[in-house]
Design a protein around this ligand. Structure first.
Ligand SMILES: Cc1cc2nc3c(=O)[nH]c(=O)nc-3n(C[C@H](O)[C@H](O)[C@H](O)COP(=O)(O)OP(=O)(O)OC[C@H]3O[C@@H](n4cnc5c(N)ncnc54)[C@H](O)[C@@H]3O)c2cc1C
Length: 338
């Protein structure tokens, strides 16, 4: 049942019609709980608030799998503006970038040119840039871009997904690189990735402990309190210095726990997405945690005054999308991203 629900929301996240419509709707379905507005000012205001609570941030300019060059160029320009703003306002913040936003699906050299411009700005302002890891079909390319730029731009890093069998081997070659460790958000084949939660969690813990004992900085990105508690104990027992790691969570998730960890003195960083391209990101969050559906139901059916309302576009869109998904399941891309 859980897999059916997951596939359902992944199907919605990949529906082009709904994604395009959602850009026109503005925020709906409670998405504003997980996405910090549509423009640079709105997201940097959230960063300031969190910084005031001792929480560092990473900004994600929403958008992925771009196939139009002008969109990739606009995204690059936005990222440079964000870097300028982080620098000017002295924010405790870095950026997270999906290379498909910068044109990786168009062609690698075009993406490299865009990435280079972003990295030039980041280097000038001394701001860290993280390459988010997308689905496995982009894995080698993302690593290749990282390797290509690593020497000229030491302030870059990427993500390792504990569901991949190769994660431990790849980390061996990344001992000097800042890494975000995650479980992995894509539905990958059994030939490359663990499928069971137990194996993914076990690998996550092993990899995290290995990194904590090593030299380079690690962002431990999970909302899983069991893993966080086990790692907190490990950190204390092994006297791991705060300069070696941080915990990371997504904006809008377990907000109380985020503040508790920061107040307890753990380095903490919130991943904050913003932009009009919120629908796919939001549907993927529902795929991850169907309990969030409560938010959607409330937003679809009730006004802020708790009065019943109708959401014809939304409901029609969801119904249409479900039908499309059932009919064309095979044609749907089986991937999801942060
Ligand atoms: C900062 C950040 C960056 C990420 N970047 C990437 C990336 O670049 N590439 C990528 O593939 N993936 C990325 N991910 C997504 C990641 O791979 C997982 O899909 C996602 O984090 C879900 O796994 P989890 O460990 O957080 O918790 P889950 O495995 O979903 O949940 C484990 C347990 O934690 C508890 N829990 C989880 N969420 C909640 C909640 N909201 N409220 C209450 N209890 C909860 C529940 O008990 C649950 O059973 C990122 C995640 C984070 C946090």
């Amino acid at each position: 049942m859980a897999n059916v629900t997951r596939d359902f929301f992944i199907g919605l996240s990949n529906n082009k019609f709904l994604n395009d419509q959602a850009k026109k709707w503005g925020f709906r379905l409670g998405a504003e709980k997980f996405v910090a507005g549509t423009n640079i000012d709105s997201v940097t205001n959230v960063v300031k608030e969190l910084n005031n609570c001792g929480i560092s941030c990473t900004i994600d300019n929403l958008g992925e799998y771009i196939s139009d060059k002008s969109e990739a160029i606009a995204a690059k320009q936005d990222l440079i503006k964000i870097l300028e703003k982080i620098h000017k306002e002295k924010l405790d913040c870095h950026i997270s970038v999906k290379l498909t936003l910068l044109g990786l699906d168009i062609n690698q050299s075009f993406c490299m040119e865009n990435t280079k411009e972003v990295l030039d700005a980041a280097k000038e302002y001394n701001i860290f840039v993280n390459f988010d890891m997308e689905d496995y079909s982009h894995y080698e390319q993302t690593m290749a871009v990282l390797r290509h730029f690593k020497e000229t731009y030491p302030q870059i890093g990427t993500v390792i997904q504990s569901y991949l069998y190769r994660a431990a081997d790849d980390l061996e070659g990344l001992q000097e690189t800042r890494i975000r460790l995650v479980k992995g958000a894509y539905k990958e084949a059994e030939s490359v990735a663990y499928q069971s939660k137990q194996e993914i969690n076990r690998n996550f813990i092993e990899l995290a402990k290995g990194r904590l004992l090593g030299e380079a900085f690690t962002s431990i990105a999970t909302h899983d309190h069991n893993i966080i508690n086990e790692l907190k104990t490990f950190i204390e027992e092994n006297k791991i210095d705060n300069s070696k790691f941080e915990f990371q969570m997504l904006y809008g998730f377990r907000t109380e726990m985020q503040h508790e960890l920061a107040k307890a003195g753990y380095p903490f960083c919130t991943y904050i997405p913003f932009g009009t391209d919120w629908f796919a990101y939001f549907m993927r969050r529902l795929a991850e945690r169907p309990q969030n559906i409560n938010l959607v139901m409330k937003d679809v059916f009730y006004t802020n005054e708790d009065k019943l309302k109708r959401g014809p576009i939304v409901l029609g869109g969801i119904a249409l999308s479900s039908a499309l998904m059932l009919l064309g399941k095979r044609r749907m891309r089986n991937r999801k991203a942060v």
